[in-house]
Design a protein around this ligand. Structure first.
Ligand code: FES
Length: 183
């Protein structure tokens, strides 16, 4: 009797662990689905008055230097990169006269290590690659748009290809040392 009760308890723990793993997998799956469904979501954008109120809170503390995350704000992907010292130095060493859309790197971040940009190519609206390890980032180490070849640097500025402008920096603020509110 006692042994049976212990067995049941062990099975319960296993089930709890399984539930947790399933839940975790489900959350990751939902985030992936949200990003891959971006064109569909965009076509269902809510009314302007609803959009005006929407903000996205992001905890940056798990993101290590060199890593990137993508969050959704107002139905759009937002790229957040925790830039390394080398990436910051490269972005700040650029001669502005060589840029199509000349904006100093210093004017594109609140804190130099955190770059926050809308992940939509200003050319025709594709989502550039470069967020995940192994994806092409172009010659300047930022992002590469596979649709027509636009390349962006580690400040999200257009360096090559047809995009007329840099990746857009959305309105955001730091609510804590490693937390931001977009919108
Ligand atoms: S949509 Fe990105 S280069 Fe055309």
């Amino acid at each position: 009797m006692t042994a049976k009760a212990q067995d049941t308890g062990a099975a319960g723990d296993d089930e709890t662990r399984r539930d947790f793993l399933l839940l975790t997998t489900g959350v990751v799956g939902a985030a992936g689905a949200a990003l891959s469904a971006w064109p569909f979501i965009d076509s269902m954008n809510p009314a302007a008055d609803v959009l005006a109120l929407s903000t996205t809170e992001v905890d940056l503390s798990p993101v290590e230097a060199g890593q990137s995350i993508t969050v959704v704000w107002r139905g759009k992907p937002v790229f957040i990169r925790h830039r390394s010292e080398q990436e910051i130095t490269a972005a700040r060493a650029v001669d502005l006269s060589t840029l199509r859309d000349p904006v100093p790197d210093e004017d594109r971040e609140i804190k130099p290590q955190w770059l926050v940009v809308v992940g939509i190519c200003p050319h025709l609206g594709c989502i550039p690659l470069g967020q995940k390890p192994g994806q092409p980032r172009g010659e300047w180490g930022g992002w590469f748009c596979p649709c027509h070849g636009s390349q962006f640097d580690t400040s999200g500025r257009i360096r090559k290809g047809p995009s007329p402008t840099n990746l857009v920096v959305p309105p955001y603020q730091f609510t804590e040392d490693t937390s931001i509110r977009i919108g």
